[in-house]
Design a protein around this ligand. Structure first.
Ligand SMILES: Nc1ncnc2c1ncn2[C@@H]1O[C@H](COP(=O)(O)OP(=O)(O)OP(=O)(O)O)[C@@H](O)[C@H]1O
Length: 354
């Protein structure tokens, strides 16, 4: 099922939660709605589901107008963060629920329902838990059952609102892979909401970056990361250092920590910087430094192997920092001005930065 969102707006009282959003989702796409808290992701998802009525614009499923169709008519499956399984029903009954409540005319037979539920439990790899109750399951298992339940009615669109938000990092990671695999197998048009950029970049075919009720950029994970449309997208999609060019200028320069090379000797165009903190996080090392010229703090990142090859590096050491890929945005216009690094940044800026 392909989905078209055309000029959709939705306000709560005076507050515009979604503003003139346009979005085209082809059949079978796996889309992440990514943005900070309050950017309108959930509202947009609820508008697509029909859980919320829009103020203006239109929603089309396979080019047919669905703007005023009911939730039922839209045939979408939902998974929310808080599982929402029925506590008094077994896992089997939970998954069967959507089929059991179908009107008699369209309801499958008892045998068909049993077969379907078993098939779904197999898909989510939890057949052995069919007779248990939700309270006897882990958070990750409950979330898989929530997905099986959503899939039971054979939805043409699957909507997930921060489905793994409440789970710990390891389980979240497992479920991400697992959901990707299920999507590849079933190929249902899937839209999920997340504020976690890593989750969006890792899972989605298409990332929709939202901010203040509007779409900032739509693209593949690679596109939004490598070719951010503006400073917001760039900053939101990873760790970033910000350097103001001058108080008078609207231009701000950005560089990602892993694009800064630290050395103990002078090479290339480097800035003398003093180490203020060293954080070793598993296989990654983040080093906080203070520029000797401007006094600004920044962060560089390297692998533990690179760090160890430089050792010993300690607090107070003076290192040479080479900024490999500076990107400059006009803060006022939110437009990208120029790329740094090999591409070369504007000379006037370059001289002030490096
Ligand atoms: N029912 C409502 N009544 C009033 N305001 C609402 C309602 N639902 C959402 N809002 C407001 O609309 C804005 C967008 O909310 P929404 O839940 O869509 O954001 P979000 O990007 O999903 O945020 P989060 O990641 O925190 O869930 C927020 O400022 C929110 O306070």
């Amino acid at each position: 099922m392909g989905i078209t969102i055309k000029d959709v707006s939705k306000a709560f009282g005076n507050f515009p939660a979604v503003k003139n959003v346009n979005l085209e989702i082809p059949t079978g796409d796996f889309v992440a709605l990514l943005g900070p808290s309050g950017s309108g992701k959930t509202t947009l998802l609820r508008l697509i589901a029909g859980l919320e009525g829009l103020d203006s614009g239109g929603i089309f499923f396979n080019d047919k107008e669905y703007t005023y169709k009911t939730i039922k008519e839209r045939n979408v499956g939902f998974v929310f963060q808080n599982y929402a399984l029925f506590k008094h029903m077994t896992i089997f009954e939970n998954v069967a629920f959507g089929l059991n409540v179908k009107p008699r005319k369209t309801r499958p037979s008892k045998n068909e329902i049993t077969e379907k539920v078993n098939e779904l439990l197999k898909l989510v790899q939890l057949e052995h838990l069919a007779t248990r109750y939700p309270s006897q399951l882990s958070g990750g298992q409950r979330q898989r059952i929530a997905l099986a339940r959503a899939l039971a009615v054979e939805p043409e669109v699957l909507l997930l609102d921060e489905p793994f938000g409440a789970l710990d990092a390891k389980v979240r990671q497992e479920l991400r892979h697992w959901l990707r695999e299920i999507h590849q197998r079933l190929n249902i048009t899937t839209i999920f909401v997340t504020h976690d950029q890593e989750e969006a970049l890792e899972m989605a075919d298409t990332v929709v970056v939202m901010n203040q009720g509007q779409i900032e950029q739509i693209g593949s994970p690679e596109e939004v990361y490598q070719k951010p449309a503006n400073a917001f997208v760039y900053s939101f999609l990873g760790r970033v250092n910000e350097f103001r060019d001058s108080k008078m200028s609207e231009a701000i320069s950005y560089i990602r920590p892993h694009e800064i090379v630290l050395r103990k000797f002078l090479q290339g165009n480097s800035i003398l910087s003093e180490v203020s903190h060293i954080h070793i996080i598993g296989s990654t090392v983040r080093i906080e430094l203070r520029r000797q010229d401007t006094g600004a703090l920044f962060e560089a990142e390297m692998s533990i192997d690179q760090y160890q090859s430089m050792t010993p590096v300690k607090r107070g050491d003076i290192l040479f920092a080479e900024f490999k890929n500076i990107i400059v945005f006009d803060h006022h216009k939110e437009n990208k001005l120029a790329h740094g690094g090999k591409i070369g940044i504007r000379n006037s800026l370059k001289s002030k930065l490096i």
